[in-house]
Design a binder for this molecule. Sequence first.
Ligand SMILES: CC(C)(COP(=O)(O)OP(=O)(O)OC[C@H]1O[C@@H](n2cnc3c(N)ncnc32)[C@H](O)[C@@H]1OP(=O)(O)O)[C@@H](O)C(=O)NCCC(=O)NCCSC(=O)CCCCCCCCCCCCCCC(=O)O
Ligand SMILES: Cc1cc2nc3c(=O)[nH]c(=O)nc-3n(C[C@H](O)[C@H](O)[C@H](O)COP(=O)(O)OP(=O)(O)OC[C@H]3O[C@@H](n4cnc5c(N)ncnc54)[C@H](O)[C@@H]3O)c2cc1C
Length: 631
Amino acid sequence: MMIHTNNYILNIKELWDDVPEEYLSHKERYENAIKKAFIVLKVLRQLHTGNIQITDHRTPTNVYSIQDGIFRNVNPLLIHIGLFWSTIAAQASTEQQAEWLQPDSSMIGTYVQTELGHGSFIRGIETTATYDSTTDEFILHTPRLSAYKWWPGGLGNTANACLVMAQLYINGTCHGLHIFLAQIRDFDTHKPLPGIKVGEIGPKMGFNTADNGFLGFDNHRIPRTNMLMKNVQVLRDGTYVKPKHDKLTYGSMLLTRVTLISDLAYQLSKAATIAVRYSAVRRQSPIKSNEPERQILDFVSQQHKLFITIASSHVYRVVGLWMWNSHKRVTADIHEGNMGQLPELHALACCLKAISSRDASALVEQCRLACGGHGYMMASNLPQIYAYTTAAVTYEGEYTVLLLQTARYLVKFWRLAAEHKPLPQNFAYFEDYIKKNFEQWRNSPEGIIEGFKAIVAGKTKAAYDTLQCNLRNGREFEEAWNMASVQLTNASEAYARSLLCEVFWKETVQLSTKVSKSLAIVLEQLAELYLMYWALEKHGDLLLYSTISRNDIEALQSRYEELLALIRPNAVGLVDAFDIRDEVLCSTLGAYDGRVYERMMEEASKSPLNEDVVNESFHKYIRPVTMKNKL
Ligand SMILES: CC(C)(COP(=O)(O)OP(=O)(O)OC[C@H]1O[C@@H](n2cnc3c(N)ncnc32)[C@H](O)[C@@H]1OP(=O)(O)O)[C@@H](O)C(=O)NCCC(=O)NCCSC(=O)CCCCCCCCCCCCCCC(=O)O
Ligand SMILES: Cc1cc2nc3c(=O)[nH]c(=O)nc-3n(C[C@H](O)[C@H](O)[C@H](O)COP(=O)(O)OP(=O)(O)OC[C@H]3O[C@@H](n4cnc5c(N)ncnc54)[C@H](O)[C@@H]3O)c2cc1C
């Protein structure tokens, strides 16, 4: 059958709710979501096997983005689709993949790493996998409460299998963390297997359609061949064959951090669409007292809140793709046995994941606030987008922890620069900074990019100097590092911002040569706005570390305000161009037709509290108090 995926999925009635899911109980929400998740999974499987064929391109992405509308929250199979399969594809041997990656597999899996006691510091994970050469099996065990797995999406009720991160022991020697495939529920009855204690962790700030779970093993046995063996092996006699790089096991986290950047761009485009369209419909106060009330989008302060969201969505889209291509390149190199580019990719992924999630959640919240009181309604969909987005600041590597990973990388290059050793081209500016080869400030995108590089150099130097000072004062390295950690994270953040500015500007300039002149003008305005916005936000740092002057900052401010005025006529067109369907946006404030107040009233009418003219609580609780003395 030939289909257009959007239309096909949008026409499956069971996927769309009559009652908004906020009115359902915790249990009903999950059950409703899981019903829909398996309809979607069936479509994905049919696409995969070619049973249905598609007439539009980017199909998995289309299905992925439509999911936001279907679930309003999150697909309980997100980790099954997004992490379980991809980890097997990346880390299992060819034979294991042939056995496990069957499109009609009975396995519904999840990625089980975090424990009650350890999330960030994964070397501290306590679950053990001990090789028993007499039976050719691993014994998975949870030695104490803090070793219970806690958080994995879909683990509570949905998954019957999982990839478990555990400390590998062979003949009493610990070989560190490895990944194992374990069945946890019977495929037919879905009952937990003997030796498995599994359940759901309870309601959260968001992600409430996903059954995040806990899991404990009581000496649970799995075949030796269930360890993921592409990069590392345990042989039948217990011989351990080391991987070519000891962090290859962390590869799934690296890949997810890269894909998250694009996902966050998409969340930003949803928030921007809602807030900009609403701001074009909403009128509140005249600007001049004798004029009619104006669209709130005409307030320059409102443009300041919203246009940076549109621009940031483009930034993360562009940088997400750039990182995706880098990941592809580095993975191909690793395949050939060359690990040389892995540290750089890891350092970039860490700081970009950290900053993209932090920016996205801050900007989504800014969009919500920009919609005034109505942004606080669940029916605006902005609270759900915020709850979804802010989780990304923590999961897949907590914000500060990831910035500190990138800081290790920066400090290494600063040390080379300080010792006058050769530097790679992309860090040549460290040497310029040391030699005080400062460029004269230019009030242009290129000038701002240079200025941001000076901030990276200046902040890395400050952190490095503090680190060295702590060491000279007799501190051990780890303690000295901890004492410098505020400055180290500042340096990483600056590095991420300089990368975002540079990549976005260069890619936009290139793209501009391939599109119509009028489109090129708008794209460059957005890119320039992004750079000006952050130069003004960070003007204190620029004053400290670059040659910018007060007059330059005033000129930047004027240009920024000019850009807001230039973008204003195209603002609605720019968000329409994100091309997000109403069914996916799920927002009374952001629908294409602008019927904001009508939709708000229609949604309110769905409230169960409006079912009876007089709610029975009146008779039970209110009347006995208010009428007591009047009888
Ligand atoms: C990295 C850690 C913080 C520290 O690890 P260690 O203690 O082992 O490190 P050391 O200190 O010993 O060594 C550091 C050393 O190692 C290098 N390193 C570290 N990691 C890597 C790596 N991955 N690759 C390469 N190198 C690495 C590092 O550079 C150092 O090198 P030097 O010594 O030379 O300096 C670690 O503990 C850690 O990672 N902690 C974080 C834990 C974490 O991230 N947990 C995640 C759990 S899973 C999870 O949270 C899932 C969440 C839900 C995900 C939702 C998915 C959404 C998917 C969206 C998909 C969108 C799809 C869109 C599709 C479409 O659009 O089409
Ligand atoms: C919605 C959601 C879904 C998730 N899904 C999964 C999943 O599918 N599978 C899975 O395995 N896990 C999952 N997780 C768990 C997630 O990966 C962890 O919560 C995350 O890695 C952070 O670890 P933590 O909770 O231990 O935080 P902690 O590390 O305890 O962080 C607490 C604080 O301590 C600070 N801190 C910790 N270490 C350091 C350090 N070295 N230096 C400086 N500061 C530090 C942090 O900055 C933070 O401020 C999920 C979490 C959420 C919220």
